[in-house]
Design a protein around this ligand. Structure first.
Ligand code: GTR
Length: 413
C-alpha cells in the first residue's frame, strides 16, 4: 500500500521533470527549415573514434618536454589558436578606466562581513559603461583572505548585494562562513547576451572594424572579469594571489577563457561549461559547435562558425583550453542530467589536460572512468565532480569547490 502511494506521488513529479528536460532540449535543438538537420547524439556507443590534437605537439611538429618549452612556445601558440579560431581577439582601442568604491557597509550580514560596492567605469570613443562589482569580506579575518569572483550570467537577483534575496547560485553567507571573500558582477553590465550586431555593451565602446577574428560576447565577459580583478588585487583585505574565478554554463566558458588569458586568476572553477567550454568538441555528444553557433551566434568569433559540422578541422580541442590553466588549481564540475553539456566529455577533457600539469612537476593521474555522482575526485591541482540532478549551480557544488580550495588556494599551491 505504502509503495503504491509512493509511486503515485513520485511518478507525476518524474514525468513533469522529464517533460521539462525534453522541453529545454527541443528548444535548443529545433532547427529552422533552411538549416541542415542533425540529430543530437546522447548515445555513448555512437561516439566514434575521434583523434584529439596532441596537447604537447606544436603545429610545427616539435614535442614539448619541459615546462619552459610549454610556457614559451606551446602555451602561446594554443592561446593564439583559441583567440583566432574560437573566442576572438580583444581590440586594441585605448580606453579610460575609473574605479570608485560607491558604498561600504562594515555591518553587512549581521556584522559578519563588510560589503563594498565598486563601480568600474570604462570610457572610450565618447561612450561609457559601468560594471558594478559587489564584494563581501569576512569580518573575522585577521589577514588578507582568498576570494571567489562569480561571473553572473543569470538575473541580478541571484547576486543580490542587499541580501534580501538569497540564491544558491551565489551563496555569499556560506562562503563568508568558510573564511573566503566573495564577489560577483552581472555579465550584462559588460555586454548584453544577445545577437545585436556588436553595437551595444563593451563592443560598442571598443570595436572599430570587425574581422572574422574579432571578439565575441564570451571574450567580452572574460575581459570584464579581468577589469573586476584589477580592483580586487588592490584591495588590502584580499590576498591578491589567491583570487578564483567562478562561472556556470556560459559563465563557465567565460571563466575558463578569463583564466587562460589572465594568469592573475589563481584558480578557475568551471561549472557545467559544456560545448565551447570544458567538453570535448570532437565527441559530438549533446550540444555541438553547429548548435551553439546557431543558438548563440554572438558568443564566439566568426571564424568558429567555419567548424560547424567540422569539429575535426578545428586545430584545438577543449582539453587544450583546460591545459592553459596549468599549473593553477582547476575545478571542472558537471551534473548527471545535463546531457546537453556532456558530463563525461568534460571529465575526459580534464584528464587530457594532465600532461600540461605534469610538466610543472605534479604526478597526476585520474582514473579512465568518471566518478560516481556526488563523489568528487581530485589529484593535486585538478578536481572534478558530477552532481546529481539538472543543469544548475547549487550550494552543493560550492561546498565541493570550497573543500578543494581549502586544500589548494588557501594553502597556496
Ligand atoms: C544553453 C547553451 C549552453 C549553455 C547554457 C547556459 O542553452 O546551449 O551552451 O551555455 O545555455 O549558459 O545555461
Amino acid at each position: 500500500m505504502k509503495r503504491i502511494f509512493l509511486v503515485l506521488l513520485i511518478l507525476p513529479l518524474q514525468i513533469f521533470a522529464q517533460k521539462e528536460i525534453n522541453k529545454q532540449d527541443s528548444i535548443k535543438t529545433a532547427n529552422p527549415p533552411t538549416e541542415k538537420i542533425v540529430e543530437i547524439n546522447y548515445d555513448e556507443s555512437k561516439v566514434s573514434g575521434y583523434i584529439l590534437p596532441d596537447l604537447l605537439t606544436c603545429t610545427d611538429g616539435q614535442k614539448i618536454l619541459t615546462k619552459k618549452q610549454w610556457i614559451s612556445k606551446r602555451r602561446t601558440e594554443l592561446l593564439e589558436l583559441f583567440t583566432t579560431q574560437v573566442y576572438g581577439r580583444v581590440p586594441e582601442t585605448s580606453y579610460e578606466k575609473s574605479i570608485k568604491i560607491v558604498q561600504t557597509d562594515p555591518n553587512a550580514m549581521d556584522g559578519r562581513a563588510t560589503l563594498k560596492l565598486v563601480d568600474i567605469t570604462i570610457t572610450a570613443q565618447q561612450k561609457s559603461l559601468t560594471i558594478r562589482l559587489g564584494l563581501f569580506i569576512p569580518n573575522k579575518a585577521t589577514k588578507p583572505v582568498p576570494a571567489f569572483l562569480l561571473i553572473c550570467n543569470r538575473a541580478p537577483k541571484n547576486i543580490d548585494f542587499t541580501r534580501k534575496e538569497k540564491s544558491e547560485f551565489w551563496p555569499a553567507e556560506e562562503v563568508i562562513a568558510r573564511g573566503y571573500a566573495v564577489a560577483a558582477f552581472d555579465n550584462a553590465d559588460v555586454d548584453p547576451d544577445k545577437d545585436d550586431g556588436f553595437i551595444n555593451g563593451i563592443h560598442g565602446l571598443l570595436d572599430t572594424k570587425r574581422t572574422p577574428e574579432s571578439w565575441g560576447t564570451i571574450a567580452a565577459w572574460a575581459w570584464g572579469a579581468s577589469r573586476c580583478l584589477d580592483y580586487l588585487v588592490t584591495d588590502k583585505q584580499i590576498a591578491p594571489d589567491k583570487i578564483a574565478v567562478v562561472g556556470h554554463s556560459r559563465g563557465a566558458k567565460t571563466a575558463l577563457w578569463a583564466g587562460a588569458l589572465d594568469q592573475r586568476f589563481a584558480m578557475v572553477i568551471c561549472n557545467e561549461a559544456g560545448c565551447g567550454g570544458s567538453s570535448l568538441s570532437r565527441r559530438k555528444y549533446g550540444e555541438t559547435i553547429f548548435e551553439i553557433n546557431r543558438g548563440f551566434p554572438h558568443w564566439f568569433c566568426a571564424n568558429y562558425k567555419s567548424y560547424n559540422h567540422k569539429e575535426d578541422a578545428l586545430p584545438v580541442d577543449q582539453h587544450e583550453l583546460l591545459a592553459l590553466i596549468a599549473p593553477r588549481p582547476l575545478y571542472v564540475a558537471s551534473a548527471e542530467r545535463d546531457r546537453w553539456g556532456d558530463p563525461f566529455g568534460q571529465y575526459l577533457a580534464l584528464r587530457e589536460s594532465i600532461p600540461a600539469y605534469n610538466l610543472f612537476g605534479s604526478k597526476c593521474d585520474l582514473p579512465p572512468s568518471s566518478p560516481p555522482v556526488n563523489s568528487p575526485v581530485s589529484c593535486e591541482n585538478l578536481a572534478y565532480h558530477v552532481r546529481d540532478g539538472v543543469h544548475n549551480l547549487l550550494l552543493k557544488d560550492w561546498d565541493y569547490f570550497m573543500d578543494f580550495a581549502d586544500k589548494t588556494l588557501k594553502q597556496k599551491f
